[in-house]
Design a protein around this ligand. Structure first.
Ligand code: COA
Length: 175
């Protein structure tokens, strides 16, 4: 997948992106509701990109795409294809210096278009921490429906957290 939107390119990571990837993952604000801990060592980012490049983006499981704006890598969108090939889960991050410019909305919108229109998926899901307001607002803005809340479903950073479950069906995307 390589997508071009008005301001962004959503593309495969390259080894040159590892330093920027480590930098935003090392920001405690970006890591706050995520599974990884900050700081995120650059060596780990190099290994992460190396493994990505050796994996099949179309196989079931998570695959992370880089989001580029003005020639800089500013964030990522992750897609987890289901074993059945008909649905996926998504995740996303944008470096703090590049947030609140509509980049996540634009990148995820582009990826959803690809998943529904090119890949023909039936459904895309997303989960976020119940306190992660920017993420919940982003999903709502893109047409996701809030489908539920799982109390104390995720143990992360020393606490049990509630998760919000969101879903978007192809027929709702098209309308
Ligand atoms: C969630 C996240 C990806 C959103 O990224 P983002 O690029 O800031 O998102 P957007 O810019 O598209 O939208 C954010 C806000 O900026 C606003 N915005 C959009 N364009 C804007 C502009 N040009 N100027 C000012 N604000 C703007 C949007 O309306 C939105 O406002 P709202 O939250 O009040 O509705 C980002 O906060 C992040 O990386 N968080 C940490 C990682 C994370 O938790 N990921 C989600 C895991 S489930």
């Amino acid at each position: 997948m390589r997508l071009t939107t008005d301001r962004l390119v959503v593309r495969h990571f390259t080894p040159e992106d590892a330093a920027a990837f480590a930098a935003w993952r090392s920001d405690p604000e970006v890591a706050r509701y995520q599974s990884w801990d900050a700081p995120y060592p650059e060596a780990k980012a190099v290994e992460f990109v190396r493994e990505l490049l050796a994996s099949d983006p179309d196989a079931p499981g998570w695959y992370q795409y880089a989001v580029e704006a003005d020639g800089l890598v500013v964030g990522d969108v992750g897609v987890c294809l289901h074993e059945n090939g008909m649905q996926a889960e998504i995740g996303y991050s944008v470096a703090r210096a590049h947030q609140r410019r509509g980049y996540a909305t634009e990148a995820v919108h582009g990826v959803l278009g690809f998943l529904f229109e090119e890949r023909g998926l039936h459904r895309v899901s997303a989960e976020c921490d119940a306190h992660n307001t920017p993420s919940a607002k982003l999903l709502t803005r893109l047409g996701f429906r809030l489908e539920g809340r799982r109390p104390e479903n995720t143990w992360t950073k020393g606490a049990w957290r509630d998760d919000l479950l969101f879903g978007l069906l192809a027929r709702d995307w098209h309308t």
